[in-house]
Design a protein around this ligand. Structure first.
Ligand code: SF4
Length: 461
């Protein structure tokens, strides 16, 4: 019998939690991003005010999503760009395949994009015989390893430099034990060749800009620029929520994204693209497409509560502070988006019944909500998902009965006093171990119940 997604999640999580080497690497990497964030946030005179402003802008924008997207389309197409509206992943893939085939693409270079992971674009193009190359170093490492990204902004966060050196030696036939700068040079040399060969470049989008009909790419390696500058065709794929009304809003959102994503004041390369090469221009693609993907986002939009999850700018900060993500890493989720934001949106994007368990992968400590630059109430949304899952009767009926019984006992002193401490401890350890696993440290019931203790204290007085 094949395991359900929930069973697979529980199994993988348990394995990762016991993997001390994995935990060491994760805590090292996440400590570094934590320190960088602490240093980077000093650039904001008032970070809380900036977060409030970002939240207000995103709230307004998401409420008028149709207006801003149509404005973007009008201006972008006015300069020769082409916009493709894709309701589903399949529609997006079909359109991208058509464009690639039209241009007889054999090599496709890609810069980092979670939304193309979401629609599993690489596999679709590879199945058509195309050579699809990730050009962000972290993504390239993951592609060599045959793995999905581990983190929204740091795809190979879980790998040590020794592991990466060994991977390069195994896959690229270079000497083992290379240093990070040597590994970077190896990747750069190989990728430069691919940039020159590629007929099509595919990127994600960090922000769409309504008022100028532009798209913003922010990155640190310059591979995004090369992916859009070398090939004759550029296809950008983005979720519809990435829109901002105006280019003026970048003065708030670029530093917020950089600081929360990598602790930088601003990322190294920030490009605004407004259309294909025009007459008289010496570089840039001859054709430029933007695929605007829904793929369940309008479902999130329809509900005033889940709508707030569309404010996300994919900075990854909520993953970095999440005690669950820190311990189980990115792959255990078996979803494109891991961590708190992934646990909020995945059940809506890929089915509440199959993915409801992700909403329970949280201690509800609220650290994610505390850090989110656009103030998405993540832990409240996780609770909301749980509520929806219970209302839809997707949860285990035994759990429902257990909570019914728990409530009855908690409301009755007589029932609470049934049985001695030993019996209660035994019952709890069997019951909780079955439901929540054997790693949980349980409270210990005293030998005498509260009423007995109360009575003897009064007798002593
Ligand atoms: S939910 Fe907030 S903290 Fe998490 S990735 Fe999105 S913007 Fe960043």
């Amino acid at each position: 019998m094949t395991a359900t997604r929930e069973q697979a999640f529980l199994r993988h999580s348990a394995e990762k939690v016991r993997d001390l080497d994995h935990r060491r690497k994760m805590s090292h990497a996440l400590k570094q991003s934590d320190d960088a964030f602490e240093r980077g946030k000093i650039q904001f005179a008032d970070l809380e005010l900036a977060r409030n402003q970002a939240n207000a802008i995103k709230r307004d924008t998401i409420m008028k999503l149709d207006t801003y997207l149509c404005e973007f389309e009008r201006r972008f197409t006015g300069r020769g760009g082409k916009v493709i509206w894709a309701q589903t992943a399949e529609e997006a893939i079909a359109s991208i395949k058509d464009i690639c085939k039209k241009h007889a693409a054999r090599t496709v270079v890609k810069s980092k994009s979670m939304v193309t992971e979401e629609i599993q674009l690489n596999q679709a193009l590879t199945d058509e015989g195309m050579d699809v190359i990730e050009t962000d170093l972290g993504e390239y490492i993951q592609q060599l390893a045959g793995e999905a990204p581990y983190h929204i902004v740091a795809p190979s966060l879980h790998k040590s430099k020794e592991e990466i050196a060994q991977l390069f030696a195994d896959k690229l036939d270079v000497e083992p034990g290379l240093r990070p700068d040597q590994l970077t040079r190896v990747a750069r040399k190989l990728l430069r060749k691919k940039f020159r060969q590629a007929e099509v470049g595919i990127t994600g989008v960090n922000f769409l800009l309504g008022d100028i009909g532009g798209m913003v790419l922010t990155e640190n390696e310059g591979n995004g620029r090369l992916s859009t500058g070398f090939p004759k065709v550029h296809i950008a794929v983005t979720g519809i929520e990435k829109i901002l009304p105006s280019v003026r809003h970048l003065n708030l959102f670029l530093p917020l994204l950089a600081t929360h994503g990598s602790g930088q004041r601003i990322t190294v390369y920030n490009s605004i693209l407004t259309g294909p090469r025009r007459e008289g221009e010496v570089d840039g693609p001859e054709e430029m497409y933007v695929v605007l993907l829904d793929n369940g986002r309008t479902k999130l939009l329809a509900d005033p509560k889940t709508r707030e999850s569309l404010y996300c700018i994919r900075c990854g900060a909520c993953l970095n502070v999440c005690p669950v993500y820190k311990n189980i890493g990115g792959h255990a989720y078996e979803a494109t988006y891991s961590g708190p934001i992934g646990s909020v949106i995945t059940p809506h994007l890929s089915g509440m019944k199959e993915s409801k368990h992700l909403s329970y992968a949280s201690s509800l400590c609220g650290a994610c909500t505390e850090v989110c630059p656009v103030r998405i109430p993540l832990h409240n949304l996780l609770l909301y998902n749980r509520q929806q899952s219970v209302e839809a009767a997707y949860n285990n009926p035994i759990e429902k009965m257990a909570f019914w019984g728990w409530k009855r006992v908690m409301l009755s002193r007589k029932l609470m006093n049934v049985g001695g401490g030993d019996a209660k401890n035994r019952f709890f350890s069997i019951f909780i171990t079955r439901i929540w696993g054997k790693d949980r440290v349980l409270p210990v019931f005293p030998a005498r119940n509260f009423s007995q203790q109360w009575k003897s204290r009064r007798d002593e007085e």
